[in-house]
Design a protein around this ligand. Structure first.
Ligand code: MRU
Length: 309
């Protein structure tokens, strides 16, 4: 099962807004469909957004649209994951859009396997590992970054227990990460976002591994809530790792200059379809936060484990 596939000159995406109850697909027939799919989070997660955007460029090329124009439009889909900008520019600078997109698709799978191999070295038999959001197969073409580390450890025969934060407000930990681990019979439990500090204080979490939307000078941007988990892990001396490919690195900027996406307030006002606050309550809904490098034990990349930059 792949999160995205190129099929009959269309981009086929798992509709992640329908998981965990329905495994259905959306077909993007033109590059505007890809922009909508990224905006509406039918496809989400930094590497998956990047490869989808690359196929969006390929669709624009097939449609005969000026690629510079398409690039500008695709780059407006979401602001934070650097993979989107990296992927669009890479296709723009290539000789053949579709060939380059297909190359990036293959590379993403190989990259995640390599991250899994290096990352599995930090996982011990019997570990209970915590993750936040979904940095799994669904956030990439396949296999995943943080969840790829757990998959690799599991494939090596290590007994691990995975704990997923629910990841309010959109619930990617609950609906996507738990689902992925269950598909492969990797032991998994769901916890409320607010419970990880308590579980750490009880000695019930050995390591934390999360993904990243951007890694730049000074730290890492990932799903909102990651920073609080990192603070709790530091307090309890629990190793806190970030697993991400080099396509997520943005060496040119300070992490504190990253544009953090602000999403619709209704994501917070409503829970499971029901409003949980007075009508018209003002909401602040940042989709990501910044974990400073002092809180990060190491970054697991496809070339090995490195220090944060
Ligand atoms: O808003 P999302 O669901 O796109 O956010 C995803 C994350 O924050 C992931 O942890 C990150 O993109 C890494 S995916 C390998």
């Amino acid at each position: 099962m792949k999160t995205l596939e190129w099929e009959d000159n269309k981009l086929k995406l798992i509709d992640q807004t329908k998981l965990p109850d329905e495994l259905t697909y959306v077909y993007c027939e033109n590059y505007q469909d890809v922009i909508i799919a990224i905006k509406d989070m039918i496809v989400r997660g930094a590497p998956a957004i990047g490869v989808s955007a690359a196929f969006g460029m390929a669709l624009a090329d097939i449609e005969g649209v000026d690629l510079n124009k398409a690039a500008l439009e695709i780059k407006t889909a979401r602001p934070t994951a650097v993979n989107l900008f990296w992927a669009v520019d890479r296709v723009l600078n290539s000789d053949d859009a579709l060939t380059e997109a297909l190359r990036m698709y293959e590379e993403d799978m190989a990259t995640n396997r390599a991250i899994g191999k290096f990352g599995s070295e930090i996982i011990d038999d019997g570990d209970t590992v915590l993750t936040h959001c979904n940095a799994g197969a669904l956030a990439c073409v396949d296999y995943g970054t943080a969840l790829g580390v757990f998959r690799a450890a599991h494939e090596q025969g290590k007994n691990i227990n995975v704990i997923c934060d629910e990841t309010r407000p959109r619930g990617q930990g609950a609906s996507l990460s738990v689902w992925e681990m269950q598909q492969e019979n990797i032991p998994v439990k769901l916890i409320p976002d607010v419970a990880s500090g308590f579980l750490m204080s009880q000695g019930k979490i050995d390591k934390v591994v999360i993904g990243a939307d951007r890694i730049a000078r000074g730290g890492v941007v990932n799903k909102v809530g990651s920073f609080m988990v990192a603070l709790a892990a530091k307090h309890h001396d629990i190793p806190f790792y970030v697993a991400a490919p080099y396509s997520t690195f943005d060496n040119d900027i300070s992490i504190f200059d990253t544009v953090i996406e602000e999403r619709d307030g209704d994501e917070v006002r409503y829970y499971g379809g029901a409003r949980i606050c007075p009508k018209n309550t003002e909401v602040i809904n940042p989709a990501f936060d910044i974990t400073p490098k002092e809180l990060i034990t190491g970054i697991i990349t496809e070339k090995g484990i490195i220090d944060p930059i």
